[in-house]
Design a protein around this ligand. Structure first.
Ligand code: AKG
Length: 326
């Protein structure tokens, strides 16, 4: 009797261990096949075909200088100007006690309080005319530049023409980002080809290629939202009847290697994107983002192609989950 289950199980376990060995070797092989040690700079624009061939198709990030020098936003967008043109409107602001919106906290996936407030009141906080213990970030993402700040659209462009040409589509979203230095975006990935343009200040990106997936932990968390109480303290309130959310519990700035030892083998790339520079962040790359205080940025999300690259990533993800369970 004892042998029946055991004999069946041993080969399966052996197979899973073999898969684990392949998964551990895979990211290094991917690196050897052309991933870079740092994010390269381009000093001028390429043609749509060249950009597609050299960066989108190989799924490699780069920082492009002089990509949007013609945008009026680069000269016009000071906090004073933004207050003048949009100060009197209500906007959505992510408010958290610790700067982490959409991140794991107390074994939950916690989303920010989405506060509707006058943009001028938000600017008062960024300019430190009003002191608040909470952290505020305009980061609504679902095309908030077009939806919430149409008066600013004329200072940028509704799309990046050469990228639209390269990909044969328009962006799904054009987002506006403005926040405090304490506002951090936790490690995650998106199914977008992302053109991230810094208008003023600096953004600090920590990146992992999709091939690092075997070293990056995902767990399932009950979703919850920060809610502020009358006394100004935050409660974490569970979402009712919501499905669990897969999210990365690890902080790449201070990784808990006892709990997630595999992460020691991952190789993050770090880069700072300065005012006037555009980061091309390819689809499925993991990213963690910090910023200088009052940094202003606009980005364009182009939906990725759900092609073989996507399927291979899904396979890598499934195999990683399978071996993590053993
Ligand atoms: O700027 C940020 O804080 C986050 C940007 C981001 O996650 C994205 O563009 O996908």
């Amino acid at each position: 009797m004892a042998g029946a289950g055991g004999e069946g199980e041993a080969p399966a376990l052996r197979a899973l261990r073999a898969v684990r060995r392949c998964l551990v070797a895979f990211p290094a092989e991917a690196r050897e096949l052309g991933l870079m040690e740092s994010v390269p700079y381009l000093d001028s624009l390429l043609s749509p075909l060249e950009f597609y061939r050299e960066w989108v198709c190989p799924n490699k990030p780069c920082i492009i200088r002089n990509a949007f020098g013609h945008w009026p936003a680069l000269k016009k967008w000071t906090l004073t100007y933004l207050r003048k043109v949009a100060g009197s409107k209500m906007v959505s602001v992510a408010v958290t006690p610790n700067g982490y919106a959409d991140a794991v906290y107390q074994d939950r996936f916690v989303m920010p309080e989405e506060r509707h407030m006058l943009f001028s009141n938000f600017l008062d906080i960024v300019e430190k005319k009003v002191i608040s213990p909470s952290v505020f970030y305009v980061q609504k993402q679902c095309s908030n530049l077009t939806e919430e700040f149409p008066e600013l659209l004329g200072d940028v462009e509704p799309e990046v023409p050469w990228m639209s040409e390269a990909l044969g589509k328009k962006p799904d979203a054009v987002n506006f980002w403005l926040g405090e230095s304490a506002a951090v975006t936790s490690l995650h990935k998106d199914h977008y080809e992302n053109l991230y343009c810094v208008i003023s200040g600096e953004k600090h990106f920590l990146l992992h290629p999709p091939s690092d997936r075997p070293f990056i932990p995902y767990e399932l968390y009950l979703p919850a939202t920060y809610c502020i109480s009358e006394d100004g303290s935050f409660q974490v309130v569970d979402e009712k009847a919501a499905d669990k959310v897969p999210w990365i519990p690890l902080d790449p700035l201070n990784p808990d290697l006892e709990q997630y030892p595999e992460y020691a083998q991952a190789r993050p790339l770090r880069c700072t994107v300065k005012a006037g520079e555009m980061l091309y962040l390819p689809s499925l790359w993991f990213h963690h983002v910090q910023q200088s205080h009052g940094c202003i940025a606009v980005n364009y999300w182009y939906d990725m192609e759900y092609d073989l690259k996507y399927s291979y990533y899904q396979l890598l993800d499934s195999l990683t989950k399978a071996v993590t369970l053993v």
